[in-house]
Design a binder for this molecule. Structure first.
Ligand SMILES: *Cc1c(COP(=O)(O)O)cnc(C)c1O
Length: 368
C-alpha cells in the first residue's frame, strides 16, 4: 500500500519542475546517515569511491534501478556526470555512423537543445515536429518521416516544458531508439529492452542535480569510434562500473535511496496508478476558467501545464503570488512559454495535489 508522506518540518508543497521534491523518507534516511554512514565513521561524501563501503552504495543504486525498471542483462546501468544535457552530445559521439543521419522527433525545448548538439556533431533529420502548433501535441506515427538507415532515433518521452508525454512509443523498425526520460523515468512501467539508450538527469524524479542515469544496450556502446576521447566513450564507463573517474558519489547514494523508497511503495505498478490519480485531480479541473492547451491524449502525468482565462497574465501572476503565500510553490510556467505548470513527480504526495486543487477552486470562485 501507498504510504503518503506528511507535511512535516514546515515543508511546503513543492511543484518545481526541477530540481524537484524528493520523497521525505529519503531525505530523512540521508539525514540519519549523514555523519556516520552505516558505522563507517564518515559520511558517504567523505569516503573513497573505491572503498568497500562505497562498493555497497554503488551496488544498491545499480541493483535498485535494475529491479525497479526490470532492466535486462543486455543493458548496462551507468551513473555519469553532466546531467541530461551532457548526453545530448555524448549519445551522437558514440552512436552516430557517418553517412547515416540521426532522426530526431522535435517535441519541445529539450529536443531542440539536443538538435543544437547534433548540428555540431552529425548529420540529422527532423523526423517530425509540432513546433508550429506550439508543441501542444505529439506527432502521430504516420507523420514521422523515419529513415530505416538512420543511426538512431532520438525522442523525449516527457516534455517537461510543453507538458506532453508519450503514452506509447513510436515504432522505429530496426533503428535503435534513444530516449530522454529525464522527467518521467521511474514514473511508470517500461519495457527497457525496446530502447538502445535511456538517459535521465536525476533532479526531476530520482535524486540531486548533476547526475545522469544512463541505461544503454552494451552492444550498441561498442559502436563508438576510437577517435572519441576516452572520457566520452560509454564503453569505458561500462568497463569501469561508472568509476572511470570519481563519480558523483553522493548523488549515486541518493538514487539508491530513492529506489529503496520505490520498492517500499510497491514498485512502478503502484507508482504509475498513483501518478494517474494525481494528474486526474488537476486535469479534471480544466474548464472555461482554467484551460490546458495540450491535446487530451498527450497530456503529461508529470507536468500539468495550464492557463488562467486562456492566458490572462495578470491573473496568472496573482495566482502564483497567492499560491506561494498558501505554501504551494514552483507553479510559474517555464520562462519560454509562460502560463502555469504544476510538476507532480513521484515524490509529490496526493495531499499536495489536493491542496493545489482546493486552492484552484477557491481562486476561481474569487476571480472567475
Ligand atoms: C531537465 C531536463 C533536461 C536537462 O537536464 P540537465 O540535468 O539540466 O542537463 C533534459 N531533458 C529533459 C526532458 C529535462 O526535463
Amino acid at each position: 500500500m501507498m504510504t503518503l508522506t506528511k507535511n512535516k518540518y514546515d515543508r511546503i508543497f513543492n511543484f518545481s519542475a526541477g530540481p524537484a521534491a524528493l520523497p521525505e523518507p529519503v531525505l530523512e534516511k540521508a539525514r540519519e546517515e549523514l555523519l556516520n554512514f552505516q558505522g563507517a565513521g564518515m559520511s558517504v561524501m567523505e569516503m573513497s569511491h573505491r572503498s568497500k563501503e562505497f562498493d555497497g552504495v554503488m551496488e544498491n543504486a545499480e541493483a535498485g534501478v535494475r529491479q525497479i525498471l526490470n532492466v535486462p542483462e543486455t543493458h548496462a546501468i551507468l551513473f555519469l556526470q553532466g546531467g541530461a544535457t551532457h548526453q545530448f552530445a555524448m549519445v551522437p559521439m558514440n552512436l552516430y555512423i557517418p553517412g547515416k543521419p540521426v532522426d530526431i522527433i522535435n517535441t519541445g525545448v529539450w529536443t531542440k537543445k539536443a538538435i543544437t548538439e547534433l548540428k555540431v556533431l552529425t548529420e540529422y533529420n527532423v523526423a517530425a515536429t509540432t513546433e508550429d502548433e506550439k508543441f501542444s501535441r505529439l506527432p502521430l506515427q504516420e507523420e514521422l518521416k523515419l529513415n530505416p538507415e538512420a543511426s538512431y532515433v532520438h525522442l523525449c518521452s516527457n516534455n517537461t516544458v510543453a507538458g506532453t508525454q508519450y503514452k506509447t512509443f513510436p515504432e522505429t523498425g530496426n533503428v535503435p531508439v534513444v530516449a530522454d526520460m529525464s522527467s518521467d523515468i521511474v514514473s511508470r512501467r517500461l519495457d527497457v529492452s525496446k530502447f538502445g539508450v535511456i538517459f535521465a538527469g536525476a533532479q526531476k524524479n530520482i535524486g540531486p542535480a548533476g547526475l545522469a542515469l544512463v541505461i544503454i544496450d552494451k552492444e550498441l556502446a561498442e559502436r563508438c569510434p576510437a577517435t572519441v576521447p576516452n572520457f566520452f566513450q560509454y564503453r569505458h564507463h561500462i568497463k569501469n562500473d561508472s568509476r572511470f573517474n570519481t563519480p558523483p558519489t553522493f548523488g549515486i547514494y541518493m538514487v539508491g535511496l530513492v529506489m529503496d523508497w520505490l520498492k517500499e511503495q510497491g514498485g512502478l505498478e503502484v507508482i504509475e496508478q498513483h501518478n494517474e490519480t494525481k494528474a486526474k485531480v488537476l486535469y479534471d479541473l480544466m474548464n472555461d476558467f482554467y484551460t490546458c492547451p495540450i491535446k487530451e491524449e498527450d497530456r503529461s502525468l508529470m507536468n500539468v501545464v495550464f492557463r488562467v482565462q486562456g492566458g490572462n497574465e495578470e491573473l496568472e501572476a496573482k495566482f502564483v503570488k497567492e499560491a506561494t503565500a498558501a505554501g504551494l510553490s514552483g507553479l510559474k510556467g517555464h520562462r519560454l512559454v509562460g502560463g502555469l505548470r504544476a510538476s507532480i513527480y513521484n515524490a509529490q504526495p496526493l495531499e499536495g495535489v489536493q491542496a493545489l486543487a482546493d486552492f484552484m477552486k477557491e481562486f476561481q470562485k474569487q476571480n472567475g
